[in-house]
Every structure is written in C-alpha cells, then in structure tokens.
Design a protein around this ligand. Structure first.
Ligand code: ADP
Ligand code: ASP
Ligand code: MG
Length: 407
C-alpha cells in the first residue's frame, strides 16, 4: 500500500461544494492508499485576513498576524474531516502544531526545522486519513508561525519527505505546470515533466503554481511532486530530478512576476562601503532585495537601482530617503509597479544567443528593458508593468515554447 501526501489549494476548497468534491477525490485514493491530506485556507481567505489586519493597523505585529492567518487553514481541515466522515471514511484533522511541524521563529516566513508527525503516523496506523493544516507550524518558542504565501505546498512536500511518502500530489485549479501561465497565454502547453532546477527557477520567477521553497525542499530530499487538477482525473506534471538523455529544449517556460517595485538612488558618491551602507540599512528593515544594478561611475558618482516585493516598497523608500541624505546622494526615485518577465530552461546551458533573441523580441514590440539579470538557466528583464502580458506572449511565440518536445 503506497503512502501519498495530497495537497488541495485554496480554489479547490473555496466552498462547501468543492470541499465535498475534494472529499470524493480523497475517498477514491483512500480505497487503495494511505493518505495524508494537506489543505489551504478556503478561496481568498488568507487575503481577507491580511486585509482585516491592515484595517486595524498599517504594520501588524508579526506574531499576531500569524495567529490570525493560521485560522484560515484550521477552518478547512475541520470541514474536510467532517466531509470525509460523512462519506463513511475514518478521518482526523491536525493543526500544524499537532502534526509537530516545528519551525524557526521567523514569523510570517518561518522555515521548517523538524517534523516528527507522530500523531499523523498514529492516525495512519489506525487506518485514518490524516488531514493537516497547510502553511503553519510551531516555533522553537512554542508560537504559531506561518511559512510564507503559498506555504501549504511546503507543508505537503515537507510531510512527504518526513513520512517517506511515495509521491506528493499537488492538486490545484490548473491541470499541471504549463510553459507559461495558461490564464495569460492561450497556447501554453502542459509539461509532462519538469526537472527540479527548472521548476525552482520558474517558481522563483513568478510561476505561482508551486511555492519556490517547496521546490527547493523537494529537490533537497528527492520528493517526487505531481502537480495535477483537483477537478479532472488526468495526470498532470511530474517534477523530478534530471536524467541523462532527456530531450533538452532551450526554453522550457516563460514566467512573469507583477508583484515587484523598483527604486533608484541617484548620484551616490562612488566610494568603498557605500553599497554596504545602503543595502545594510534596507536589510535591517527586513526588505528582501531582488535585482541590483549599479551604473559605471562618472565624476565620482553613480546611480543604483534595485527591485523588491511591492509590499516592502514603502518601507524601503522611507529608509532610502534617509540614507540618501546622510551619504550625500541626489535623491531617490521609485516605481511601485514594474514587472519581471523571464525565460527558463536547462537547455540554455549549452546555447548562446538566447538573451540577444529575447532583447530583440522586446525591441520589435517597443518594450523598453529597465534591468536585466541572468543565471545559468534563466534570463530576466524588468519592464513597465503594462507590457507584462504582451511580453510573455511574445517570448512564448518567439522561442516556440508551445511547440517544444513534451517530456
Ligand atoms: P492553489 O490555490 O491551488 O495553491 P495557486 O493560485 O497558488 O493555486 O497556483 C495556481 C495558479 O498558478 C494557476 O491558476 C495559474 O494561473 C498560475 N500559474 C502561473 N504560472 C503557471 C504555469 N507556468 N503553469 C501553471 N500555472 C501557472
Ligand atoms: N493560505 C496560504 C496562502 O494563501 C497558504 C497557501 O494557500 O498555500 O498563501
Ligand atoms: Mg498556491
């Protein structure tokens, strides 16, 4: 009998009808396998809770925010356990803390440190379906923590690793990982397989179908992840390790991230220690910087630009305005709304001219590139937000991603 961890995302459990649908899917699986089922909060519950907190205060205390956000998943586990029991199955729900998912103390983006899952194992031994709340854990200080947005994926993968499950199935509102967001690119193609490194880049660069940290975890512990539809029975996409002889297309996927902001600090004195001072100050405010560009120096001055999640933008601007004054820079300009569009593919390792082809495609469409970054298997450009969808479709066309060899 195989042990399977299944995870159902927010849209799959958005209302009672959908929860009953999930219960039916779980019952089918439970007929021949041991099942652990991880669930997200219903629909847009996490967004609503976040908005509630911000109606109380612009800067909620992170401990209290986690206390609030963790309630979302607790509602779903209870309802799903009831639905399963109603269908005649033995089922029991567990919060992250009851499942012994231990984390560090980094409220709102805690990292998992250990999972013993004793009560989950006991439930399985007793022939029950264990229903576990995603996205939450218990810190070393015995506080409720959350694992960052999309964190239920991480709960599922980490439980699969801890329990040595045969597979971790991620059920969502699309039937797999596509060459681009299928809601934006109509001719995007479902990938039969995608390797960890590609999936990690795609997730980090905006393909929110899997949380990036969950992919990192899956790669580290060799968990096979199967992304599939909670509404259709068809097989989805397998996320696995790279194998010799796999067909290599140059570009596997095109991703976009419209949740970014950009700040430039102008006419910064160009001397040792300045970058450390600027980035030290924003790191102290817990702002995670993504891309950084520094221009070549003219007359002893330079400009620096960088991007960050939009949510951190206001905090970063106020900190930088202070720093700009103290180091004698000219000032700070910012754009709260930029988009990052990227191409990803392990095939890029052995091909040249890929970036040039991307820039040419943007030039033809009159899209100005503001920043560029590259890794071994990805090229990303920051552009004006209004061009994001056009840019994704253009790249999907130019690189013929929709026609690649399905693997
Ligand atoms: P869940 O609530 O199940 O966790 P998410 O909304 O987090 O689901 O992720 C699924 C969404 O990811 C899809 O609806 C789709 O719009 C988006 N998405 C973005 N890029 C991709 C991609 N390359 N392949 C599939 N889905 C993608
Ligand atoms: N409910 C959380 C979120 O919306 C976790 C998740 O759905 O994965 O981010
Ligand atoms: Mg998700």
């Amino acid at each position: 009998m195989a042990l399977i961890v299944q995870k159902y995302g927010g849209s799959s459990v958005a209302d009672p009808v959908r929860i009953r649908n999930v219960a039916r899917r779980v019952a089918e699986g439970a007929a021949s396998h041991q099942l652990v089922v991880v669930v997200s909060a219903m629909g847009k519950t996490t967004d609503s809770l976040m908005s509630l907190a911000h109606q109380i205060t612009p800067a909620p205390d992170p401990r209290e925010l986690d206390m609030l956000l963790a309630t979302g998943e607790q509602v779903t586990i209870a309802l799903l356990a009831m639905a399963l029991q109603d269908g005649g199955l033995k089922a029991r729900s567990f919060t992250g803390s009851q499942a012994a998912i231990r984390t560090d103390c980094g409220h709102t983006k805690a990292r998992i440190t250990q999972i013993t899952a004793e009560r989950v194992r006991q439930a399985l031994d007793a022939g029950e379906v264990a229903v576990v709340a995603g996205f939450q854990g218990l810190s070393e200080a015995d506080e409720i923590t959350t694992l960052g947005r999309g964190g239920s994926d991480l709960t599922a993968v980490a439980l699969a690793a801890a329990l040595k499950a045969d597979v971790c199935e991620i059920y969502t509102d699309v039937d797999g990982v596509y060459t681009a967001d299928p809601n934006i690119v109509p001719d995007a193609r479902k990938l039969g397989r995608v390797v960890y490194d590609e999936m990690l880049e795609m997730a980090s660069l905006g393909a929110k179908v899997l949380q990036a940290r969950s992919v990192e975890f899956a790669k580290k512990y060799g968990v096979t992840v199967h992304v599939r539809s909670s509404f259709k029975p068809d097989p989805g996409t397998l996320v696995t390790k790279e194998e010799q002889g796999m067909e290599e297309v140059v570009v596997t996927g095109v991703t976009h991230d419209r949740s970014q902001a950009k700040i430039s600090i102008l006419r910064v004195p160009d001397r040792p220690g300045i970058a450390a001072q600027v980035f030290g100050a924003i790191a102290a405010k817990n702002v995670v910087v993504d891309m950084i560009v520094q221009n070549i120096s003219r007359d002893g001055y330079t400009d620096m630009s960088f991007t960050m999640p939009r949510g951190d933008h206001a905090r970063a601007v106020s900190t930088l305005e202070e720093i700009a004054r103290s180091i004698g820079a000219l000032g700070v300009v910012h754009d709260e709304r930029v988009a990052k569009v990227s191409i990803v593919g392990v095939g890029m390792r052995s091909h040249s001219g890929v970036a040039a082809k991307m820039f040419e495609a943007f030039a033809k469409e009159g899209i100005n590139i503001q920043m560029i970054s590259t890794s071994e298997i990805a090229v990303s450009c920051v552009i004006e937000d209004k061009y994001a969808e056009l840019a994704v479709r253009t790249l999907h066309d130019v690189f013929e991603v929709g026609k690649g060899v399905n693997r």
